[in-house]
Design a protein around this ligand. Structure first.
Ligand SMILES: Cc1cc2nc3c(=O)[nH]c(=O)nc-3n(C[C@H](O)[C@H](O)[C@H](O)COP(=O)(O)OP(=O)(O)OC[C@H]3O[C@@H](n4cnc5c(N)ncnc54)[C@H](O)[C@@H]3O)c2cc1C
Length: 375
C-alpha cells in the first residue's frame, strides 16, 4: 500500500463529486478525485443535460441554480464543451395548465430573468417543434442551459487535472474512509477533508448512515432519437402539463390541485409511473426524451416498454420532430432525499457526505459545492 497526501479527497466523479473538486481546486486546495469506473457512468451521464433553474422553488435553491448556471458558463469556454443557452418552454393545452403557469408568473411579478407568457403564435415563432393545434400558450424561460452530459462528465476530470493539478484515480474503488484517511486497494491517502459523493451506492461507504438517512433510489427511463436530419434544431427545451405537477417550483400555485386531479383521471398510467415529459437536444442533434420515476430500494433491472411507449406518445401530443427513430434506451438511478433538495451529513470529523440531489444534480451541484464546502 503506497502513502499519499492531499488537502481534500473526493469519492465519486459524478456531477456532485466534480463540483466539490472544482470548488476545492478553485479555493487553492490540492485535491484527489476517486472514481470506481472509467469513465463515470452514474446518473450524471444519463440525464437530459439540463441546467434547469425553472424547476427549483423560489429562494435558496433557485438562487443556487442560477449561480450554478454562472459556474457552468465560466468553465464551459475553457473546457470547450458544447452548450446551448436553449431556455425552456412549458406548453399549456388545458385551462388548468395555463392557470398554473399564469399563477407562477404572477408570483414572480416583474421577473429579472425574463420569464413570460407567450401566446400560441409567439410559441410557434420560438419553437419549430411545439404543436400549436389546441395550444393555449406557453411559458418561456430563458434561464435554462443544455449541455451534453456524456461529454461534460467525461471531460471535466481531465480539465480539472490539467488546470488545477487534481490527482485523478479512475477505475479505483474506495473501500474505506476514515477521519483524514481514504483507502483504495493499493493506496492510502492522508487528507484534511473527505467528501463522499457516491450517488445511488448506499452500501459501500457509511452504509449505516445512509440506511438511516431516508435517501431513496429512483429509477428513470429515458430514450434518445437519431440526430435530427438537415441540422434541425429544437430551440427551447420543451415540457408539457405533467411536468408542472412534477417540479417543486409550481407548488403553491392554487390551480395545481385541480391539474393533479385531472391528470389522475385522464392519465392514470403516467401518474402511477411518475412520467413527466421533457425534451432536450444534444450537439449532434439527437433528442433526449424522458422520463419516468420509480422509487425503490432495490431498483427493477428491467426497463418497461409500456413506460417507454407512454413517454413517446405523451411527447407526441405536444411536439413534432422530423425523425422519431429511437437509437438508445436506458435508465438512470439517482438518490433522492425526500422533502429536501440534497442530503448533507458529517459522519466523522472532516468527512462530509453530499448526496440526494434527486433530479437537480446538474442544476444545483456547482453552486452547492461552492457554498457548502469552501466559503
Ligand atoms: C435520467 C435522469 C435524468 C436527469 N435529468 C437531469 C437534468 O436534466 N438536470 C439536472 O439538474 N439533473 C438531472 N438529473 C439528476 C442528476 O443527474 C443527478 O442529481 C446527479 O447526476 C447526481 O450526481 P451524483 O454525483 O450524486 O451521482 P452519480 O452521477 O451517480 O455519481 C456517483 C459516482 O460515485 C461513484 N462511486 C460510488 N461509490 C464509490 C466508491 N466507493 N469508490 C469510487 N467511486 C464510487 C460511482 O461510480 C458514480 O460515478 C437526472 C437524473 C437522471 C437519472
Amino acid at each position: 500500500m503506497t502513502e499519499h497526501t492531499a488537502d481534500v479527497a473526493v469519492v465519486g466523479a459524478g456531477i456532485a463529486g466534480l463540483a466539490v473538486t472544482l470548488a476545492a481546486a478553485r479555493a487553492g486546495r490540492k485535491v484527489a478525485l476517486f472514481e470506481r469506473n472509467e469513465p463515470a457512468v452514474g446518473a450524471s451521464v444519463r440525464n437530459f443535460g439540463l441546467v434547469w433553474p425553472i424547476g427549483q422553488p423560489a429562494g435558496l435553491t433557485h438562487d443556487l441554480a442560477l449561480r450554478s448556471r454562472e459556474i457552468w458558463r465560466e468553465v464551459i469556454p475553457s473546457l470547450g464543451l458544447y452548450h446551448e443557452e436553449s431556455g425552456s418552454l412549458a406548453l399549456a393545452y388545458q385551462p388548468d395548465e395555463a392557470a398554473v403557469l399564469g399563477e407562477y408568473l404572477e408570483r414572480l411579478g416583474t421577473d429579472p430573468h425574463g420569464r413570460r407568457w407567450l401566446t400560441a403564435s409567439e410559441v410557434a415563432k420560438l419553437s419549430p417543434a411545439a404543436i400549436t393545434d389546441g395550444l393555449l400558450g406557453g411559458m418561456h424561460s430563458p434561464t435554462e442551459i443544455t449541455v451534453d452530459p456524456r461529454e461534460a462528465i467525461r471531460n471535466l476530470p481531465r480539465w480539472l487535472h490539467d488546470r488545477f493539478g487534481v490527482e485523478l484515480r479512475f477505475g479505483t474503488h474506495v473501500h474505506s474512509v476514515g477521519a483524514g484517511r481514504v483507502e483504495t486497494g493499493t493506496e492510502c491517502w492522508r487528507v484534511d477533508r473527505v467528501f463522499v459523493c457516491g450517488g445511488q451506492d448506499f452500501e459501500s461507504l457509511f452504509p449505516e448512515v445512509l440506511a438511516r438517512s431516508g435517501l431513496v433510489r429512483v429509477k428513470l427511463q429515458m430514450l434518445r432519437t437519431v440526430p435530427q436530419p438537415g441540422g434541425w434544431r429544437l430551440g427551447p427545451a420543451l415540457c408539457g402539463g405533467l411536468t408542472l405537477a412534477h417540479y417543486e417550483s409550481f407548488r403553491g400555485c392554487p390551480s395545481l390541485g385541480h391539474l393533479r386531479q385531472r391528470l389522475e383521471v385522464e392519465h392514470p398510467f403516467e401518474v402511477q409511473n411518475g412520467i413527466h415529459l421533457l425534451v432536450s437536444q444534444t450537439r449532434l442533434g439527437e433528442l433526449t426524451l424522458g422520463d419516468s420515476h420509480q422509487a425503490a430500494q432495490t431498483v427493477d433491472p428491467f426497463d418497461r416498454e409500456d413506460v417507454a411507449t407512454a413517454i413517446v406518445q405523451g411527447i407526441d401530443r405536444f411536439a413534432r420532430f422530423p425523425s422519431w427513430t429511437i437509437t438508445e434506451r436506458w435508465h438512470g438511478i439517482y438518490a433522492k432525499s425526500p422533502g429536501e433538495p440534497w442530503f448533507l451529513h458529517e459522519p466523522l470529523p472532516g468527512v462530509t457526505i453530499l448526496n440526494g440531489l434527486g433530479g437537480g444534480g446538474m442544476t444545483l451541484s456547482f453552486a452547492l459545492a461552492e457554498k457548502l464546502a469552501f466559503q
